[in-house]
Design a protein around this ligand. Structure first.
Ligand SMILES: CC(C)(COP(=O)(O)OP(=O)(O)OC[C@H]1O[C@@H](n2cnc3c(N)ncnc32)[C@H](O)[C@@H]1OP(=O)(O)O)[C@@H](O)C(=O)NCCC(=O)NCCS
Length: 260
């Protein structure tokens, strides 16, 4: 039975479960149904756990979080030899107060989730990602390593958010948006220095199924129509459409954030 059915909230505590000399020593915990904790996990006041949650070493869970069934927090990445992700020691995951991590989601070590975020069912958020206050990650969405997502930004279901993206505050990303960061698709050594996801400025909106090519910038409050392939920078406050995406008009004034 999951916490959706009313498990009692916990009081704040730090749990020491390490078997001496072992890294990430996991121990069952009676703080939740089939809950497994690593060493030195910090659990804030009023945290609710669903069933079968795994929390790895050092993870810090803020007050009032709801961690639903089958969630994994603080997972260390398993990198392939060809991976472009940075290597090295990773600090623990921190989960801001009031954040909800929904069923089956996986959040990696060294990520920082701000207060009152929602991580949807089956989503994953990789190492060193930073999410601002009330950011929403939709069901099944993958956020790759080292990406920053601003406050109040919403990313809907099944989007692919690549590594090394900068997404500012109040951005809207529709379902199934695909982002990319490597024009060399895994070939050549120079790809390592050129790898870069898109930058999406404040208040921009990206429609369903859009493809963003590596390294481009979507300007503040730009609107990218559904199905577009964006190959060049999108100017601020313009509507772009098509393959390749071209400017077709201004974003109407009544849609701008300042007029909401
Ligand atoms: C841009 C959008 C708002 C339509 O704009 P519009 O100006 O009302 O479009 P219209 O229906 O008047 O069509 C104008 C022309 O643009 C074309 N067009 C419309 N949307 C298009 C799109 N997404 N891509 C390419 N062409 C498009 C139309 O076929 C039409 O062409 P025509 O003049 O040759 O017949 C819509 O396509 C869109 O992208 N909506 C976003 C939906 C979305 O992703 N929501 C996310 C949350 S669910």
């Amino acid at each position: 039975m999951g916490a959706e059915q009313g498990a009692a909230p916990l009081r704040g505590r730090v749990v020491h479960a390490r078997a001496k000399g072992k890294r990430d020593a996991m121990k069952p915990s009676d703080l939740g149904l089939n809950l497994t904790l690593g060493d030195d996990v910090t659990i804030g006041a009023g945290v609710t756990f669903g069933a079968n949650v795994v929390v790895h070493d050092g993870t810090v869970i803020g007050d009032g979080c709801f961690i639903q069934d089958n969630v994994v927090l603080g997972k260390a990445p398993s990198l392939s030899p060809a991976s472009t992700a940075k290597r090295g020691e990773l600090p623990p995951l921190t989960v801001g107060p009031g954040t909800v991590v929904c069923t089956g989601a996986v959040v990696y070590r060294a990520a920082m989730l701000g207060p009152r975020c929602i991580i949807g069912d089956l989503a994953s958020v990789r190492e060193r990602c930073v999410l601002g206050e009330r950011a929403v990650i939709g069901r099944g969405t993958c956020v790759e390593n080292d990406t920053h997502i601003g406050a109040f930004t919403k990313i809907q279901s099944n989007a692919y958010i690549t590594a090394y993206m900068e997404i500012e505050d109040r951005v809207f990303i529709a379902p199934c948006v695909q982002t990319t960061n490597d024009n060399f698709m895994g070939r050549t050594e120079k790809r390592h220095e050129l790898i870069k996801g898109a930058t999406i400025r404040r208040g921009a909106r990206v429609g369903g199924g859009v493809v963003l090519c590596p390294g481009i910038e979507i300007g503040e409050e730009a609107f990218i129509a559904a199905g577009a392939v964006v190959t060049k920078d999108a100017p601020p406050r313009k509507v772009l459409m098509g393959v390749p995406a071209c400017v077709v008009r201004d974003v109407p004034a009544e849609e701008l954030l300042e007029n909401q």
